[in-house]
Write a protein that binds this ligand. Sequence first.
Ligand SMILES: Nc1ncnc2c1ncn2[C@@H]1O[C@H](COP(=O)(O)OP(=O)(O)OP(=O)(O)O)[C@@H](O)[C@H]1O
Length: 442
Amino acid sequence: MSSWDVLIVEDDRALCEALRETLTLSGWRVATAADGVEALARLERGPVRLVISDIKMARMDGRALLENIRRRWPDLPVLLMTAYGTIEQAVEVIRAGANDYLVKPFEASVLVEQVKRYLALATHAHQEAVKSPAMRRVYELAQRVAPTDASVLILGESGSGKEVIARYLHRHSRRSRGPFVAINCAAIPEQMLEAELFGYEKGAFTGAVQATPGKFELAQGGTLLLDEISEMAPALQAKLLRVLQEREVMRLGGRRTLKLDVRILATSNRNLREEVNAGRFREDLFYRINVFPLSLPPLRERREDIPALAQTLLARHAGGKSLPQLNAAALAKLQHYHWPGNVRELENVIQRALILMTGEEIGPEALVFDDAEVPTPLPPVSDSRPARLNEGLRSMEEQIILETLKQENGSRASAARRLGISPRTLRYKLAKMREAGIALPC
Ligand SMILES: Nc1ncnc2c1ncn2[C@@H]1O[C@H](COP(=O)(O)OP(=O)(O)OP(=O)(O)O)[C@@H](O)[C@H]1O
């Protein structure tokens, strides 16, 4: 029985071939089908981890295919491709159970990113590696709260698995057949975040060339994850609170309100209570989203999880290759490291190991931690900074980060934008600085 990473369902043969080629070049095993009927036959023959399907097809269209898949393989992720101008249709199919949609024409890089994201989710969908007592406790609580409609606030350091647990909550809720929509409040500039959340009508602002639904609308009947909610600007916090209180949303520039049936999950890697005390986060909004708090311990406080996590991540990234094992010395090295980047860093280390390994198994020499990274190139050191270049560059980088944070009044999101790095990278660097004992502005 053959297994495939991606099944592409597309009746335009040239496009189908181009998509297949793009994904094959990225190292995935790709199968193709010309319509829904062929796709179902292919799914019967062997496991597939992700389906990407066109909507308009002659024999069985994308919608009917989706319905069939949801009935028989409810957890299989499906992305639908839609033509420009049919956003409303896309909203409908997301409600019908598609995980996401791609608006044609799209760049190859957009396709590759989406596939990466959904394959990662598909792999750990049912195998959250939970061995430590601390994590078992978290998952026990998650199991209890999942079937309710309560808002859950998931707290934990960057990379500790907050999104994984959010998806777990959705999967174990009565909304599991509905959409799971996530929005990262730190990654989107303030003005755009409002439009992304609430949607907009054509002409609502310059650049609003067509009516677009917001994430709330897309999550109707399902779950909306507000990732890194602490990064939301105060004005938007007030608008969000109103929507949550009134349980209805109106698109920017719109007139009609839409009654919402959406469960809210939120994450933060800061102590949100402290953010409230410091006046940066609205207390009323805090109480609204913090109905049930879940705190994820950092990886260094649950080292018992490391072997199983490493195994899961090896399976995720080994591709079609036979699954390599870590030898005892390699496992010991993983167990003793302090993991400032948590599970995400472990994932990076495993990916590197798969590239660097030479023999049959993975030894400690193939494990390179994020700490060992070559620092980001910066202007040459001109004064009498420490003689060791790496240290010099690092401390300069730290000073630039501190300076930028100060200028941005402590806002991580704005500082990351100014520095031209992702909020995630900034957070990671800040965590390392904090660990090195550097005082950071709050
Ligand atoms: N228990 C787990 N089992 C398998 N994989 C996991 C687990 N926890 C985390 N991961 C993986 O680690 C990576 C980081 O997890 P996730 O994105 O959920 O972290 P996060 O806390 O939401 O990070 P951030 O705060 O930066 O958004 C992901 O690739 C995820 O799949």
